[in-house]
Design a protein around this ligand. Structure first.
Ligand code: NAD
Ligand code: UGA
Length: 458
């Protein structure tokens, strides 16, 4: 039996360890966190995050070989392999503020590992980190007076929220980076052995440490870049009468381009795309690669622009004022099938419309609690309404901001009747049947498509 520990019981630590425990009954897996409420939730029937299939996987292993605890130090001492999955947000202060990764939680964890270890261990970077972080880790971990040796392995996580369980059950690839030394390779093999319990061996790839660390940042940058690219095209579609869905279908059929991540939207959100690209930009600048840094920075600028464009389109279409008008925002989560609202474009739109003094009612099937927290002081100006029909009642406009499947099947005839007239719908996810809505009487604005309106000449 191997004692596996994961430090950090968040969106990554909890689900990844549950999947490992479910496939490796021979190992003992403990997930620790300093956040007691989170740990209590992991031990209960109300898990701290909403993720399809998560409850089933957690309950299959919890109490058998999967445990959640706040006793970080004790479990460090007992562990053979430690995955570190703490948060690595963008630094908000000092050097590199607004760009560099804030590594304080990461470094504190490393020091805590040294202080509480009585045996040598493998330490796995699960968090997304700047390239060459493992070097700093080595210094902190291996300069100890107890003669302990720590091998550092990079094993970045590629799961996407909303599909986390299927992504981990059937990953495109598992990436494991390690040092070329005999003990480095032994450590890599220990991690390969865990994943090969359920992942075909050819999908487990091993690299050097720096390639592994950088591949994670590069993968997120490439994915976000595709979204920004199609969103850039959507702006041109709106000016020219082209339809972005038709364009993305046409280009996506090219095998070299492929169809995924070409859905134009109100913008990408989530805790990682923005922070990881900023981190990449910072690294490029640090290494004197100014042109490379600006290339990647443009992905973020385009995303900010798409969100601003969406809001200014709403305001100008509604006769240049939304002040005092009730507007129903459908969706708070940054994407469907998650309760996560970190960096959600829905909240950016919400804040911008509050600035315009609109009367905002926000609805979402799972993310209203997180939305309330993330909106901070602005939350007191927002009405939180779980029922979309109640949210739309007497509203001048609806904006679809999250691609929840349930928003496609609502009774829009009934919704139209209950709204103020003229009624507007802004589909920030292009998920609705626009012609049908227009026939009902709605003024319909979608992303990258000609508007279907009664209020202005098209
Ligand atoms: P999170 O904020 O949900 O979870 C991190 C947890 O670490 C928190 O619960 C926090 O309390 C805990 N923590 C911080 N310091 C600690 C300490 N010293 N001891 C014990 N616990 C501590 O973050 P997340 O979304 O799970 O992301 C974690 C890492 O994984 C980040 O680097 C992120 O970039 C990366 N990542 C995230 C996703 C995702 O979908 N969220 C996907 C791939 C990679
Ligand atoms: C993303 C990556 O897909 C994961 O591989 C990675 O592990 C993770 O970031 C991470 O490092 O945190 P996630 O942010 O959970 O996963 O979700 P995505 O499916 O990538 O969506 C990100 C955002 O882009 C969402 O707001 C989504 O609505 C938007 N998006 C995505 C589009 O607007 N259009 C698309 O075609 C695809």
């Amino acid at each position: 039996m191997t004692n596996i520990l994961c430090i950090g019981a968040g969106y990554v630590g909890g689900p990844t360890m549950a999947v490992i425990a479910s496939h490796c009954p021979q190992h003992r897996v403990v997930v620790v966190d300093i956040n007691e409420a989170r740990i209590n939730a992991w031990q209960s029937d109300q898990l701290p995050i909403y993720e399809p299939g998560l409850y089933e996987v957690v309950s299959s292993a919890r109490g058998r070989n999967l445990f959640f605890s706040t006793e970080v130090n004790r479990h460090i001492a007992e562990a053979d392999i430690i995955f570190v999955s703490v948060n690595t947000p963008t630094k908000s202060f000092g050097q590199g503020a607004g760009r560099a990764a804030d590594l304080q939680y990461w470094e504190k964890t490393a020091r805590q590992i040294v202080e509480n270890s009585t045996s040598s261990k493998v330490v796995v970077e699960k968090s997304t980190l700047p390239v060459r972080t493992a070097e700093a880790m080595e210094h902190i971990l291996n300069y100890n007076s107890a003669g302990l040796h720590f091998d550092i392995v990079s094993n970045p996580e590629f799961l996407a929220e909303g599909t986390a369980i299927q992504d981990m059950q059937n990953p495109d690839r598992v990436l494991i980076g390690g040092k070329d030394s005999p003990s480095g390779q032994k450590a890599v093999q220990a991690i390969v052995d865990i994943y090969s319990q359920w992942v075909p061996r050819e999908r487990i790839i091993t690299t050097n440490l720096w390639s592994s660390e950088l591949s994670k940042l590069a993968a997120n940058a490439f994915l976000a870049q595709r979204v920004s690219s199609i969103n850039a095209i959507s702006a041109l579609c709106e000016k020219t009468g082209a339809d972005v869905n038709e364009v993305s279908h046409a280009i996506g059929l090219d095998n070299r381009i492929g169809p995924r991540f070409l859905k134009a939207s109100v913008g990408f959100g989530g805790s990682c795309f923005r922070k990881d690209i900023l981190n990449l930009v910072y690294l490029c600048e640090y290494y004197g690669l100014g042109e490379v840094a600006s290339y990647w920075e443009q992905v973020i600028k385009m995303n900010d622009h798409q969100q601003q464009r969406f809001v200014s389109n709403m305001v100008s279409s509604m006769f240049n004022t939304v002040a005092g008008k009730r507007i129903a925002l459908f969706g708070a989560a940054f994407k469907a099938n998650t309760s996560d609202t970190r960096e959600s474009p829905a909240l950016a739109v919400c804040r911008a419309l509050l600035e315009e003094r609109a009367d905002i009612v926000l609805t979402d099937p799972h993310a209203l609690d997180n939305a309330r927290t993330d909106l901070g002081g602005a939350a007191k100006f927002v009405c939180f309404e779980p029922d979309p029909y109640a949210a739309a009642k007497n509203a001048h406009a609806i904006a679809i901001l999250t691609d929840w499947a349930q928003y496609v099947d609502l009774d829009y005839e009934a919704i139209y009747k209950s709204m103020a007239k003229p009624a507007f719908i802004f589909d920030g996810r292009n998920i609705l049947d626009h012609k049908k809505l227009h026939a009902m009487g709605f003024n319909v604005y979608a992303i990258g498509k000609p508007p279907l309106t009664y209020t202005q000449a098209s």
